[in-house]
Ligand binder design. Structure first.
Ligand SMILES: Nc1ncnc2c1ncn2[C@@H]1O[C@H](COP(=O)(O)OP(=O)(O)OP(=O)(O)O)[C@@H](O)[C@H]1O
Length: 242
């Protein structure tokens, strides 16, 4: 693994029973890069990010994060993972949820208090700390999930469709924060269906039917497919353009 590589996936395959979901995926994400995974629904994006986050193990091949073979429990403190469906305790308040995850990450005392305030401010939920999560809207739950993934200032952030259900103004401020985190050295891997977000990634990986069909900067992918937009390039790699 090269010294500045944060995520290294080599020849990874994944199947569930007879069903092959990922085939021979190889990719490397350098430190501090924002890497976006783009692909049609069901192409395998979530399965791949779950393997990288160490929630599941590959059927073949290897995943390394910060030089450590995944899955590995000890890596929990280095990774912030935001799943597509929110993993929140609905009967608890936002604050209680944040305290629970802080404890899991070993955050305590004044530092814990400050981080909770900071991340909630960041996702514009500062006024809703004491509210029970069952009373949150879908977009608020997404934002709380994002806040939780950021709590322990992880070196690696893995976000599965982070801005679904989030309005354009907040989406912009979240992207500003992601850019600033990456400038400070955080490596960010995310999945998205939003083309203008894909354009903001440093590198993109196109997935189709469980295979990585192209990797490059947004400009490289546009050039390679003679496209003027990422959407056109996406359609090209999706096989939908003649
Ligand atoms: N635990 C599982 N058992 C069986 N099949 C699964 C399992 N998890 C995922 N799959 C299948 O793997 C394929 C890829 O699913 P995945 O969720 O990774 O796709 P995706 O690209 O993230 O889709 P979306 O954009 O809709 O979230 C799908 O056909 C899905 O049904």
């Amino acid at each position: 693994m090269a010294i500045n590589t944060s995520i290294e996936v080599q020849h990874v395959g994944k199947q569930f029973g007879e069903k092959v979901v990922l085939q021979d995926i190889t990719l490397a994400v350098p430190k501090a890069q924002i890497f976006g995974l783009l692909g049609p629904s069901g192409s395998g994006k979530t399965t791949l990010v779950r393997l990288i986050a160490g929630i599941d193990a590959p059927s073949s091949g290897t995943v390394e994060v910060l030089g450590e073979r995944m899955p590995q429990l000890a890596m929990l403190s280095n990774i912030g993972y935001m799943a597509q469906s929110d993993a929140l305790y609905a009967e608890l308040t936002a604050q209680e949820n944040l305290e629970f995850f802080s404890a899991l990450y070993g955050l305590a005392g004044a530092k814990r208090k400050q981080r909770i305030l900071d991340v909630m401010e960041l996702v514009d939920l500062g006024d809703h700390l004491k509210k029970q999560v069952s009373n949150y809207s879908g977009g608020m739950k997404r934002r709380l999930s994002l806040a939780i993934s950021l709590l322990h200032e992880p070196a690696i952030l893995i976000l599965d469709e982070p801005t679904v259900g989030i309005d354009p103004v907040l989406r912009k401020s979240i992207w500003e924060e992601l850019s600033s985190l990456s400038q400070k050295g955080t490596t960010i891997l995310l999945t998205t269906h939003v083309m203008d977000e894909a354009d903001k990634c440093h590198q993109l990986g196109m997935i189709r039917d469980g295979r990585l069909t192209a990797v490059g900067t947004p400009d490289e992918l546009k050039q390679a497919t003679s496209s003027s937009t990422i959407e056109e390039a996406f359609l090209f790699y999706g096989g939908a353009r003649a």
